[in-house]
Design a protein around this ligand. Sequence first.
Ligand SMILES: NC(=O)c1ccc[n+]([C@@H]2O[C@H](COP(=O)([O-])OP(=O)(O)OC[C@H]3O[C@@H](n4cnc5c(N)ncnc54)[C@H](O)[C@@H]3O)[C@@H](O)[C@H]2O)c1
Length: 333
Amino acid sequence: MVNIGVIGYGYWGPNVARNFHSASGVKLTAVSDISEKRLGLAQNHYPFIKGMKDSMELIRSTDVDAVAIVTPVFAHYEMAREALLAGKHIFVEKPFTSTSAQAKELIDLAARKGLKIMVDHTFLFTGAVKKIKEIINAGELGRLLFYDSVRVNLGLFQHDVNVLWDLAPHDLSIMDHLIKASPEAVVATGQGHLNGHEDVAFMTLYFPDKIIAHINVNWLSPVKVRTTLIGGEKRMIVWNDLEADEKLKVYDKGVKITSREGVYELLVSYRSGDMWSPQLEQVEALRQELNYFVDCISAGKEPFNNCCAGLRVVRMLEAASESLNRKGAFVRL
Ligand SMILES: NC(=O)c1ccc[n+]([C@@H]2O[C@H](COP(=O)([O-])OP(=O)(O)OC[C@H]3O[C@@H](n4cnc5c(N)ncnc54)[C@H](O)[C@@H]3O)[C@@H](O)[C@H]2O)c1
């Protein structure tokens, strides 16, 4: 039995606590939040837990073997460091840390202490991403050409990070999982209209072999859109995460370029075949992820969404911030 303490019971924390509570091999023993109101809500839901305003008290508690850090991003590093020093495994929200230097320090510390770090890259556990990975790995798309994602809605504003650090980690972790190559350079542009942080941003990533990715993130959009296009030479995927059924559509469409003998201009021909919608696994992603976290701790396995995956995402975000600050400069990774 792994005893879990959850720090941060705001918007996302209740989902983490609920899924740990219902998982097997785990006992939710403590919740910490500096807000008395949020702590009260947690204690109403789970009267058996220890509620603590001070996160350090939870971290040092002998009733806790592993700590879930679900606080705003600026607090991740300090809490993760203290938890590792106290000998606790950690589940930490995306993005892992505010800087890659902090991430590297935590990676070293966890290795020295023999502890596990899992970074919450929730989308990797969705039926959609699992199916896309299966399709790509089976070679059904052919050579990858592009990844193009729109992830926009009105709010929820974060107060300590801009929209790139808030929403882009989802796409960056998905790309990191799906595309074998690592990006070589990043360009990002954006604008802040309300509280000083960029609330609309666009990020382009250049990969080897001409793969290109674009991410459009926005807290000011009147409508919610969660649509990703993944183009391959043979087939293309459209993933609309807001669709109840048929989230994924695979199109047998493509473009062929040929040049006729004696004719020097290129001839473009379009191929338009069937479209189908594969069946997806219907399980709450976070539930699967947290079960996997407990499995990794119990069996001493290294999670694939570990601290190194977290660091790779933070590196891309840092490069994007540098580009953003230099009005869309080309930044090498
Ligand atoms: N994986 C996902 O899909 C997903 C979705 C939403 C948010 N998140 C991540 O979860 C984290 C939290 O986001 P949120 O939207 O829940 O934020 P939030 O502001 O709604 O909640 C954060 C909570 O942490 C508490 N807190 C702050 N400092 C604390 C401290 N020192 N000790 C104890 N409690 C403290 C706050 O009082 C608040 O209740 C962020 O890293 C965010 O990126 C992930």
